[in-house]
Design a protein around this ligand. Structure first.
Ligand SMILES: [Zn+2]
Length: 418
């Protein structure tokens, strides 16, 4: 991996220095942008979620979808064309017919519609094709047609449109997401008011079992943090994963039932369609959480499926080869229950032979799936109750993603008529 020419300061500043804001709230200005457009493109869910991330500054310093120069550099060097570290493609892919239909050329403005409602405007900088096999080989190192991230990458359309965007129609978040969606600017403001100078990000896409709880607690000490920001990924899901609503509400339950105090813990969400890209994904997550105002990021074992890269701790080690990103990678080994220790312990301490019960999200999941309450040393009772309630309300009686959930889940956000 190449080191970058551009060093990043280690202060609380966003990646690249300044938080990006591409929100247009002035209706007159928004209408003017729309009137300049030469055509309309209909975008899908992932692109819509990524537009929100760009516009609110989660993806700072990106101001839009990548042009060829940036995409090439991300694949080859893990940096943007200007040398700033960036690890994953953020692209708008389109079928050739859609590109032809707009008739757009570089320099033109196009309207991006979501569910047939005006959502954003893009100033087209570049329209290009890209070798997907090359992209896969750079990001995932090897080909594996069964890998969900690689599969997703191979399903991209053949044309890409790069250029800066403006969000002209703000998303209206629905329940229960509404109370967990904070923009990076809002989070930074909250941290400041609470005097949280050191905030540790904890990424989650599962219901927290006791191992997760201890992981957060130990890393809080390790990072000398003021607080933990739980940042749950919300977006497209695969069958068998925890439903988004459960992940958010279960983390919030740890606060509400008193396992964490309000002055050290906060639950939030980040719109993200997982790429399962191991170290590449870890670096992107660290950058996004830095943009949110965090000073550290927890990376446990097997973070973002690093098995393609050969080492269960690869996501943590990814940072060794990079310039200082201003966000500490906090590594924690394994937490488990040991009957000899008589409680939860850590792999660096317990030397017993046998009697250990590792926490596996899968085991907890299958118990929850069957409606069986796992033992107290695996899952908090209050978390179990919350999950059962939320599964009834949002998951069609299932806590885990089913076909029905994929087809009929409540929208994360809606758009009002423009
Ligand atoms: Zn033990």
């Amino acid at each position: 991996m190449k080191t970058t020419t551009q060093e990043i300061d280690n202060a609380l500043s966003p990646h690249g220095g300044e938080l990006i804001d591409r929100i247009v709230t002035d209706r007159e200005k928004a209408t003017e942008l729309v009137n300049n457009c030469v055509g309309v493109l209909r975008i899908r869910g992932q692109a819509a979620r990524e537009i929100i991330n760009i516009a609110y500054g989660f993806f700072t310093p990106l101001k839009g979808f990548m042009n060829r120069k940036d995409l090439e550099s991300v694949c080859k060097n893990m940096t943007l064309a200007d040398g700033l570290v960036w690890s994953l493609p953020i692209v708008l892919d389109l079928p050739e017919s859609a590109v032809e239909q707009t008739g757009a050329k570089p320099g033109d403005y196009v309207l991006l519609e979501y569910h047939n409602i005006p959502f954003a405007v893009m100033k087209v900088d570049d329209i290009y094709t890209f070798d997907i096999n090359y992209m896969v080989s750079c990001i995932y190192k090897k080909e594996n047609v069964d890998h969900p991230g690689i599969k997703q990458m191979h399903s991209l359309d053949n044309y890409f449109m790069g250029g800066d965007i403006w969000l002209i129609n703000l998303p209206v978040f629905q329940e229960p997401y509404r109370r967990f969606f904070y923009t990076p600017a809002e989070l930074r403001d909250k941290f400041k008011r609470r005097r949280w100078n050191r905030v540790l990000a904890y990424h989650s896409n599962t219901v927290p079992h006791m191992g997760h709880e201890w992981l957060m607690k130990a890393c809080w000490f390790q990072h000398k943090a003021n607080a933990i920001l739980v940042s749950c990924t919300v977006g497209s899901k695969r069958i068998g994963e925890c439903i988004d609503e459960n992940v958010l509400l279960a983390h919030q339950e740890l606060l509400e039932s008193g396992y964490f105090k309000e002055n050290v813990y906060m639950t939030s969400m980040f719109l993200w369609d997982t790429r399962y890209a191991g170290p590449r994904e870890a670096v992107l997550h660290a950058i996004v959480r830095k943009n949110m105002g965090c000073t550290g990021h927890i990376f446990g074992k097997n973070y973002a499926r690093p098995e393609e890269y050969g080492n269960a701790w690869e996501s943590h080690f990814a940072f060794r080869h990079l310039p200082d990103l201003g966000v500490e990678s906090v590594m924690s080994k394994e937490w488990y229950y040991c009957e000899h220790c008589g409680g939860i312990t850590y792999s660096s301490f317990c030397n017993h032979k046998g009697g250990q019960e590792p926490f596996q999200s899968k085991n907890v999941c299958s118990l929850l799936g069957a409606g069986v309450r796992p033992p107290d040393h695996l899952l908090r009772k209050e978390v179990f109750d919350t999950v059962i309630g939320a599964s009834d309300e949002y998951g069609f009686k299932d806590g885990y993603v089913t076909d029905e959930y994929l087809q009929r889940r409540n929208p994360i956000f809606i758009l009002e008529r423009f």
